[in-house]
Design a binder for this molecule. Structure first.
Ligand code: WTA
Length: 584
């Protein structure tokens, strides 16, 4: 799974984390067992219990219907130990994948921490995925166990589970009392009956979590991260958010997103803070009340959520201005200067932009205390990480530093939370690594003071409300409909979500372009892909624009989708690095 290059960078990560002078040396000394073992669940929970903090609140859960529950570190240690026992008793072997498709409910945290205690690989999936993307990820991730709500199971998997031969067990979190569906077990009942198991003695390089990402081409890719990643989470939790046991930290990310795993589970718990969890989806009125009443001190959210709150107006915000917020930050898309200062006006703290990716595993660029702040920029690179801006000339990257020079952001491989490789990608060694540098696929500028400014993507990945959508996955599914001859999917600018996927399709003979077929195709896509990934518009065209080698020219489709001048990003035409962007 790890490529040759990424294997080398794993070695670099070992060196850095072991180097007392690096920011991660101290973190390793703080979190590792004397034997050298490192387990994320122990770092997040058990060590706080061992240090006498068992009675402190680890997780404050707010249910959709005004119900609430406090879970102490001691209770979370017990709960995750039980989950580990359940998984172990089902035959989970070290390195096996446990897929989890749950909303933000206590069992989600039991499942994540229990998987780590059992030595397994935690693979959370977006609940909004339709049956197609869900099956693809269970297959590519080689999931042995799936923990899922009974409602999602019935809607998305029950009818076509048979082909998933690698999936041995489905554990349901139940909302109704009817008979258990065939071939499923009751997760809550198993937890209640289990004796807590001790955490497995995992090593820092053992795989711990798996998140799927999408680029322009090919199937979704599973980026795998080791237990060592917790070093980055501890360090960034402290440097970016200033977290300690005195904090109440709220991360609004969907559990399927890497932001939730890193900052909605690991970082705050590793820092000993109380993790505030709200089960409900975004609702600005509810959110203001939570910030105020739960005395949230540090908040991590997205530009889409901030824009949604801004739409509700400053008057509502001001009525909750009396809050305990010390820091508010965002990730996932560009955050404009207006949103930064709106935070100051509405909540009393500016929103700080942070930049990272699934592959980086944790924040690497940020506006943060000690880092300096510049509204509209992504911030500066964090201590211990080296970042450069490069362009590719004659196939070799050349530095492109300077305020007005746009180039690809590259990072020197070797920080602890860097992904160790894409699952099953052995045959494409070093796809995004060259000479020890990781190529992020993002186009940026760096100003004279070291602040990075986002310009756009170097590939055709679509960012919709923070969710990364690979056009190929959407196109491949649409091609399953008999009417479609060819299809290209691109991102169309959207004021709230930044981009939404739209499709351009040519039809097979015998099918008539028109509203009836459009409605049928849109509903087919929503059914199969789920609402978040499905195209919002379908345009019929006689023939798709192609390169001379016959590949769809998405740039031309994008120009059509954008219309005239209202594009968020008119991208400069940079020469791609060979082998990096394979659709050119
Ligand atoms: C984009 C998210 C602009 C970027 C944790 C990146 C951003 C992709 C920012 C990763 C930001 C993330 N400004 N763009 N502050 N943060 N992005 O893997 O294109 O879901 O490559 O991880 O989101 O998305 P992913």
């Amino acid at each position: 799974m790890a490529s040759g290059e990424s294997g080398k960078s794993g070695a670099a990560a070992r060196d850095m984390a072991g180097d007392a002078a690096s920011p991660w040396g101290d973190a390793l000394a703080e979190l590792a067992a004397p034997s050298g073992g490192l387990n994320i669940a122990v770092a997040c929970v058990d060590r706080h219990v061992a240090a006498g903090g068992g009675q402190r609140v680890a997780l404050r859960w707010l249910g959709r219907r005004q119900d609430r529950r406090d879970i102490t570190f001691a209770e979370l240690a017990d709960l995750s130990g039980r989950a580990a026992r359940v998984l172990g008793d089902l035959g989970l072997a070290p390195g096996d994948t446990v897929a989890v498709m749950l909303d933000r409910i206590p069992e989600l945290y039991a499942a994540a921490l229990g998987t780590w205690k059992a030595g397994g690989v935690y693979c959370p999936l977006f609940s909004a995925f339709g049956p197609g993307p869900l099956r693809a990820r269970l297959e590519i991730g080689r999931a042995r166990v799936l923990i899922v709500s009974d409602e999602l199971y019935a809607r998305k998997l029950a009818a076509n589970r048979d082909g998933l031969s690698g999936l041995r067990h489905v554990l349901l979190v139940r909302t109704d009392d009817g008979p258990l569906p065939d071939g499923c077990l009751d997760f809550r009942a198993l937890l209640a009956a289990a004796e807590p198991a001790a955490a497995a003695d995992t090593r820092p390089d053992d795989p711990a979590f798996l998140h799927f990402t999408s680029g322009t081409t090919g199937n979704p890719k599973g980026a795998l991260h080791p237990h060592r990643a917790v070093l980055s989470h501890l360090v960034t939790g402290r440097t970016v958010f200033g977290l300690s046991g005195a904090d109440v930290f709220w991360c609004t990310a969907d559990p399927g997103w890497v932001t939730s795993t890193a900052y909605g589970v690991i970082a705050p718990l590793a820092c000993g803070a109380t993790l505030l969890v709200d089960e409900a989806d975004i609702d600005p009125r509810r959110w203001y009340a939570i910030l105020h009443e739960e005395k949230v001190t540090a908040w991590y959210t997205t530009p889409t959520a901030i824009r949604t709150m801004m739409r509700y107006g400053a008057a509502l915000a001001r009525s909750y201005r009396d809050n305990s917020l010390r820091v508010a930050a965002s990730v996932g898309e560009p955050l404009n200067g207006e949103a930064v200062s709106w935070g100051q006006k509405a909540l009393g703290v500016p929103f700080l932009d942070t930049w990272w990716q699934t592959e980086t595993g944790a924040i690497v660029i940020a506006n943060a205390p000690g880092q300096g702040r510049r509204p509209g920029s992504m911030g500066r690179v964090l201590t211990g990480i080296e970042a450069r801006v490069v362009q590719c000339a004659d196939g070799a990257p050349v530095p492109a530093d300077g305020a007005d020079t746009v180039g690809e952001l590259v990072l020197r491989a070797g920080w602890p939370s860097m992904f160790s490789g894409y699952l099953g990608d052995d045959d494409r060694p070093g796809g995004c690594f060259r000479e020890g540098w990781y190529f992020t696929g993002d186009l940026v500028k760096r100003d004279g003071d070291g602040f990075f400014w986002f310009v756009g993507r170097a590939d055709d990945m679509i960012k919709c409300g923070g969710l990364r959508i690979g056009p190929f996955e959407v196109e491949a599914m649409l091609m399953d409909h008999p009417a479609i001859a060819e299809v290209g999917v691109v991102g169309k600018p959207d004021l709230l979500l930044r981009e939404v996927p739209v499709a351009f399709a040519s039809l097979n003979p015998g099918f008539e372009a028109g509203d009836a077929l459009r409605a049928e195709l849109l509903s087919f896509a929503r059914q199969e892909l789920g609402a978040s990934m499905a195209p919002r518009e379908i345009h019929f065209i006689a023939e798709l624009p192609k390169t001379t080698s016959g590949k769809i020219l998405r740039r031309v489709l994008k120009a059509k989708a954008v219309g005239e001048a209202d594009s968020f990003d008119s991208l400069p035409n940079l020469p791609p690095c060979p082998g990096r962007f394979d659709d050119e």
